[in-house]
Design a protein around this ligand. Structure first.
Ligand code: FES
Length: 104
């Protein structure tokens, strides 16, 4: 069993409400989202192609890839609109003080 690792991503103030921020940390390229004051983290790279989800359109808890308009639920990673077929990886988020971290 490997121990949980925590990766510091960004400050809470760096992600505006209703937007996504691209963050590279710990060898990962991630999208950090803020919706109704909660933070969510997924892989940034769309599972369908070259799209970067942090460049997409966030509506509620759904991120629309700006490449072919596929959509994912940022809470679960599940596909909610084609052409994407494969869920996006999501991460367990922790907020400590004014920092956003993930546990991997
Ligand atoms: Fe994201 Fe095609 S690359 S929907």
């Amino acid at each position: 069993m490997s121990a949980t690792k925590r990766i510091d991503l960004c400050g809470t103030g760096e992600v505006d409400e209703g937007t996504a921020l691209k963050v590279e940390a710990g060898g990962l390229t991630l999208a950090v989202y803020r919706v109704e004051g909660q933070f969510y983290v997924t892989d940034d790279h769309c599972t369908h192609g070259p799209g970067s989800l942090s460049d997409g359109f966030l509506e509620g808890h759904v991120i629309e890839c700006d490449f072919h308009s596929g959509c994912f639920d940022i809470r679960t990673g599940e596909v909610v609109a084609p052409p994407c077929m494969i869920p996006i990886k999501t991460y367990s988020v922790a907020v400590e003080g004014d920092r956003v971290l993930i546990e991997v």
